[in-house]
Design a protein around this ligand. Sequence first.
Ligand code: ADP
Ligand code: MG
Length: 622
Amino acid sequence: MTSNRERRMESFRPIVGIDLGTTNSAVAYIAEGKPQILPSPRGERIIPSVVLIDPQGRAVVGEDARAALVAMPDRSLAAVKRRMGSTEPLLLAGQALLPQEISALILKELKSYVDELHGEGDKEAVITVPAYFTDEQRRATKEAGELAGFVVERIINEPTAAALAFGLDNLENDQTFLVYDLGGGTFDVSVVELMSGVLEVRASTGNRMLGGEDFDWKLVDWLAERMIAEHGVDPRDDLRARALLKEKAEDAKKLLSSQETVSLAIPLVTVKHNTPIGLHVELTRTTFVSLIDAQLLESMDKVRQVLDDAGLHAANIDEVLLVGGSTRIPRVSELIVDLFGKAPRTDVNPDEAVALGAAVQAGLKSGALSDSGLVATDVAPFSMGIAVLTEGRLGAPRAGGFAPIIPRNTTIPVTRTKRFSTSAPGQTAVSIEVYQGEHEWVKHNHRLGEFLLEGLPANYKSLEPLDVTFRYNLNGILEVTAQSPANGKAMTVTVQDALNRESKEALQESAERLQKLWDQAPAEEPDDLLSEQEELMELEQWLDEEMDDEERTDEESPTVLHEEAQLLIGRVRDQLDQLESSAKTRALREMERLEQAMEAGDIDRLQQLIDDMTDFLIELEL
Ligand code: ADP
Ligand code: MG
């Protein structure tokens, strides 16, 4: 006899699927032969991907952290996924943490739901990433999983996962899907083919700067314009007002997915001449759609591009799957109908599809679904190759040409070898520079690493041949081997090793540091959420401060200015990746000036620079 609990444990294998989203994350597993979301103890099926280090020094993840974004902007962080792969630490409550460390805290939260069910200890996980994530971003994601205490079985592409969630119920029909995934911060579109139970991604593209967040900001701008027109005040100049408007804009946006109009009533947005200024406005879906239509149309351009890449026409697509919270906007379905002449499938929960699909992949791996008859394959999101001498425009050899070895959209895992040669007689060493990208010149592509193969036979009569092999595995991690066919001399690097010299100890140390943040004794109060009363008090205090600020004309306190400067710097740093190169250069210069002025304690200059930076941000619509 087995108890219910034992039966449940039996059907639950501790290998889970995780959607580590820009905005929201979720964890799922296979139970009773079906992928299911593992909710938080509070019953949330998805949680905001927001991390807070609370005043007690404890890491808090999810809704509570999201609620603190406005009140504690320097203690909380959202959308860390946009920073994945960067080696620049982010400042959170005065602590420098790498993007993967912050992501690890999110994963630790999800892991705690799994532990609840299955006991503590290492767990295996399949984690999803956008199809166009670079090698570094995939590795950072894998590392985040390891730091959280997961054994990362596989990193898979989000659209593949979504299609997997869908494919499981529809195995009998061979079909071609288009997965349109519009989330909070990323847009991803893929063509996925299901044939005799085998799912294969034919092509993928996307835009990592397109998502619901952008729609929120469009709406914030629109609201700000109203306030400027009515009160001559730009609420975006006030960081807190900006954050508040953003929150309200998102709420309004969501309501407009199910109703035609929404009334916004915010009694206090900001303060001018000691008078609180609020906002009351009616917003229609039509107005909202007009604000974001250009961006939605842009996403449809990507849809056409992916069809092109796959060598297909709209008519060849059997089903369009909508994934991601932003596909709830009715205009998205309209545009799909316009292009495909048929409605998208709605039997996939857009918030959960990716996590559920990751669980399916996990189930295939663990054996929980081994009799499903389903196999999943994936494609390389970029071309990968090496730098070579090519013929320049005038016929003379020119360095820096790109020779692809694995072309984009090749089904993976894949191993490809190409023969090259040394470039000068007598040469006994060659430097292999590895790149990914689509441009014929490497300087426009993304550099993955470089290594030196020495000990080639000195050949003075002709050029010496050289075989370069690329092995790209299912986690999207690349192994490169260069070998001399003449003497067998070879050298292999995994790009992971080539780039990431961080030792195991460093990883261990980081994991321990995160564990500490996680384990900090909880405060006396059972919950660290601000009570409504406290929130009100905060608001009043803020109002007082704002009034004070207004009165204090010439003599801003240095601390306030420093805090303001830090906030601005943080804000700009968070958005750096999204800036065009000239704006980026200017942003970096302004940041540097601000930092210098802070160091020098030059208050007048600091005030001036803060004003400049604020203007700059407004100019960029950040
Ligand atoms: P991500 O994949 O980036 O983590 P999600 O798929 O969870 O994101 O989508 C989150 C986005 O979806 C947010 O920008 C959120 O505002 C938006 N969203 C959620 N529900 C709705 C809705 N009903 N209408 C419009 N947008 C929505
Ligand atoms: Mg998503």
